[in-house]
Ligand binder design. Structure first.
Ligand SMILES: *[C@@H]1O[C@H](CO)[C@@H](O)[C@H](O)[C@H]1NC(C)=O
Ligand SMILES: *[C@@H]1O[C@H](CO)[C@@H](O)[C@H](O)[C@H]1NC(C)=O
Ligand SMILES: *[C@@H]1O[C@H](CO)[C@@H](O)[C@H](O)[C@H]1NC(C)=O
Ligand SMILES: *[C@@H]1O[C@H](CO)[C@@H](O)[C@H](O)[C@H]1NC(C)=O
Ligand SMILES: *[C@@H]1O[C@H](CO)[C@@H](O)[C@H](O)[C@H]1NC(C)=O
Ligand SMILES: *[C@@H]1O[C@H](CO)[C@@H](O)[C@H](O)[C@H]1NC(C)=O
Ligand SMILES: *[C@@H]1O[C@H](CO)[C@@H](O)[C@H](O)[C@H]1NC(C)=O
Length: 673
């Protein structure tokens, strides 16, 4: 008895808690960067906490789902399980493109997976495709908020409607978007794509098997009477665990679809109420303004006046300003308006004193870098000026830069913003005061010596930055040009990796190819000359070479066929490890650390990619969490046997002219800078 009572209590109290712990409940009033949301497609979380499902590009889809699946079956009634009740509420805003009607729509979705391979944009809302539309094995329940007339069997459905669908685009029920006023039968229309917030509530009663859908203009109390009340049993539709979230798409017509806030509860609890005044608002999109004829007239008038004024100032200026005026009217496209990182040319021009030559602090792989001081904040920035061949594809280009702008890490030179002006693309970075690792290591001023302690700290910093690019961010970013001149050193002597991702821009074929874009001789992994394909492993190779430079104080190659990697390896195998250590360091280093870095450098720059560790492993070796493996097979190290075809060299960033002047291939190529 003395034992069974506590036992009984245990089960009585703890078992129910265990089964109930599956009831999910969450609320997002805005979406922070760390929000538990899985995204796919065009979705971005904008600064300020807005979740944007699509922008106004054509034919795109975006998915955003709560990261944890929800438990849709109540284990309690295992004899005849039925789908759990749920309740959700969210506020969305649809901003249509300049065309008369926007498109396509957005949907709240319950699906077995947060991924929708093959799903099509347009009418399919990014949920289904012509192949699986209507197939019962989809197990998808959704409520759509569509702004375009229905198609196929739904052809009669009006634009601006709310509909419920299961497994396919044929709606079970569809109603014009509206709400019942004060529990009467009088309905008031709600324009979905009005650039105003709209709130929706969806409740499923798992006992009575009823789905209710209610909408209202944002900020209003929830209407008492639901717009749609449909008797339907989701038991056969849902699976045991389901993902909840949103899908949106655009088609030939397009709109930006935003989610401002969202709450959800399972098992009969009402979704936590959203406090409307806490929700973020989307950035102003100028097109909705431009739909207003008055504004258009005003803008046009202003443009004409400006143009006239500038005509007086002079032809040159006139030419340039007309470009601006045109920008703000027609080429200022969605991607520009939607770009939180876009800066004004005017400000950068002022900051760099008109891109004066005296303000140049470096010539990087892609263009000159200017120091600038922002007049308002008195903050220093570095502005990289890239001259492009053409303005085509600016949208993809900007999308890429927007992506890079979201990368943030203490060991990266973070991109603050960008701006385009005529054929120039300007990238604004944090200003890093101590210059590049290359100059500190190889051309130090006033007898400065980078101490081992500092070198080791820099080595760890670069590894952390690379790990972030390779594994910790939402996409894999391959640096492609890891080398000391791309590492900047900040005021606390920490490493900041720069120029990441720029090579990817080159892939879009829009930066003039005058410099090393696939890498720099001496840092290019051997397999790259065959495949031409950069990988995280080729970044690791370059990092390994960099480690050896830090240890030896020597560059990766000289003018002949001497290779740092081979030399260090040979010395190591002959047991003359001490010979390779930078003589300037004397004996002022930790032997353990030195050995670690030296061996790690060799492993990272191993000929065979499979031998190289990942950056995560590198971090573990550097922190002492893991012990370096013993390596006795260093592979063939004979670089001089590699044949560098003219085309390969061209690909590696040497112009054909450069190549002509170095006909004897590798041997006579310039040393590794
Ligand atoms: C689950 O829901 C029940 C009510 O149905 C509630 O009492 C309980 O606290 C919830 N559990 C969790 C972990 O949220
Ligand atoms: C969008 O897709 C439709 C149908 O596939 C196609 O007809 C149309 O040209 C596409 N529009 C754009 C701008 O890609
Ligand atoms: C389990 O189901 C039974 C009847 O099906 C019900 O009486 C009971 O309250 C349920 N328990 C919980 C914790 O929901
Ligand atoms: C439904 O989808 C399943 C699995 O994808 C497939 O095997 C089946 O053939 C599809 N049924 C129809 C009618 O298309
Ligand atoms: C709804 O009811 C409120 C007060 O109950 C009243 O102020 C409001 O005017 C009513 N709205 C309409 C459209 O009747
Ligand atoms: C759904 O709407 C009906 C009719 O207004 C109402 O009786 C019922 O309580 C509602 N159910 C839920 C779960 O809100
Ligand atoms: C909503 O948030 C505002 C500001 O945060 C606060 O003042 C207000 O009391 C909140 N309203 C409710 C109903 O919680």
């Amino acid at each position: 008895m003395g034992i069974s009572l506590p036992c009984f209590l245990f089960f009585f109290f703890f078992l129910p808690v265990f089964t109930q712990s599956k009831n999910t409940s969450f609320i997002f009033e805005g979406f922070d960067e760390g929000a538990e949301i899985l995204t796919e497609g065009a979705v971005i979380m904008k600064p300020g906490g807005i979740l944007r499902l699509t922008d106004r590009s054509n034919n795109i889809t975006g998915h955003a789902f709560y990261a944890q699946p929800v438990q849709m079956f109540d284990k309690n009634s295992s004899s005849s399980p039925s789908a759990s009740s749920f309740s959700t509420s969210f506020v969305f805003e649809i901003i249509r493109s300049r065309s008369v009607s926007g498109g396509h729509g957005l949907a709240f979705v319950l699906a077995p997976s947060a991924k929708f391979p093959g799903a099509e944009p347009g009418h399919y809302l990014g949920i289904f495709s012509s192949k699986n539309d209507g197939n019962a094995s989809n197990h998808i329940f959704f409520v759509e908020f569509d702004t375009v007339n229905g198609f196929n069997e739904n052809a009669n459905a009006q634009g601006n409607h709310v509909a419920i669908g299961i497994n396919g685009m044929v709606s079970l029920v569809s109603e014009p978007a509206s709400y019942y006023v004060n529990n009467t039968n009088h309905k008031e229309e709600v324009l979905l794509e009005s650039s105003q917030p709209v709130q929706a509530w969806i409740e499923y009663d798992g006992v009575k098997k009823i789905v209710n859908v209610t909408i209202s203009p944002g900020g209003m109390e929830k209407p008492v009477k639901p717009l749609i009340s449909l008797r339907t049993d989701l038991t056969d539709v849902v699976k045991e665990t389901m993902f909840v979230g949103f899908s949106a798409s655009t088609g030939e017509d397009s709109s930006s679809h935003y989610i401002l806030g969202w709450s959800f509860s399972l098992n009969g609890l009402v979704a936590p109420p959203l406090n409307f005044s806490n929700l973020p608002r989307p950035p102003k999109e100028k097109h909705s303004m431009a739909d207003d004829p008055k504004t258009v007239a005003l803008i046009s008038a202003l443009c004409i006046v400006t143009a006239l004024l500038l005509a007086i100032v002079g032809y040159f200026l006139l030419f340039r300003r007309r470009g601006n005026c045109r920008n703000s009217e027609s080429t200022l496209e969605d991607w520009e308006i939607n770009s939180p990182h876009r800066w004004r040319y005017k400000d950068l021009y002022a900051a760099t004193k008109g891109f004066k030559e005296s303000e140049v602090i470096g010539i990087g792989g892609f263009g000159a870098v200017y120091i600038g001081v922002l007049p308002t904040e008195r903050r220093e920035v570095a502005v990289k000026k890239i001259t492009r061949n053409s303005l085509q594809g600016m949208r993809e280009f900007a999308a890429e830069i927007e992506t890079l702008g979201r990368l943030r890490h203490k060991n990266l030179v973070n991109l603050l913003g960008w701006c385009k002006q005529n054929n120039d693309l300007l990238l604004v970075y944090e200003y890093i005061p101590n210059g590049s690792l290359d100059s500190l290591l190889f051309n130090p001023k006033n007898g400065f010596l980078l101490k081992w302690e500092q070198r080791f700290n820099i080595i760890k910093g670069i590894a952390a930055g690379l790990l972030y690019l390779h594994e910790e961010w939402e996409q894999v970013v391959i640096h492609r040009d890891v080398k000391p001149s791309n590492v900047l050193i900040d005021g606390e002597m920490n490493a900041r990796l720069g120029d990441f991702g720029l090579a990817r821009l080159y892939d879009h074929g829009r930066i003039s190819h005058t410099t090393n874009v696939v890498g720099t001789i001496g840092y290019i992994a051997p397999e790259m000359t065959r495949t031409g394909k950069p990988t995280t492993s080729s970044d690791v190779y370059a990092y390994g070479v960099l480690l050896l430079e830090m240890v030896t104080g020597r560059r990766p190659t000289d003018a002949g066929n001497w290779m740092l990697v081979d030399w260090v390896r040979d010395c190591q195998q002959l047991g003359k490890t001490l010979d390779v250590i930078d003589p300037l360091l004397g004996t002022n280093y930790m032997v353990k650390e030195m050995e670690l870095v030296l061996t790690l450098g060799l492993i990272c720059s191993h000929q065979v990619p499979d031998f190289r560790p990942t950056m995560r492993q590198v971090m573990r070796y550097l922190s002492g969490d893991d012990v370096l493996p013993f390596v006795d097979d260093w592979g063939s190290a004979d670089h001089s046997q590699l044949v560098y075809e003219p085309d390969t060299m061209f690909m590696l960033g040497f112009s054909r002219d450069t190549f002509k002047s170095y006909p004897q291939q590798w041997n006579s190529l310039p040393a590794g800078r």
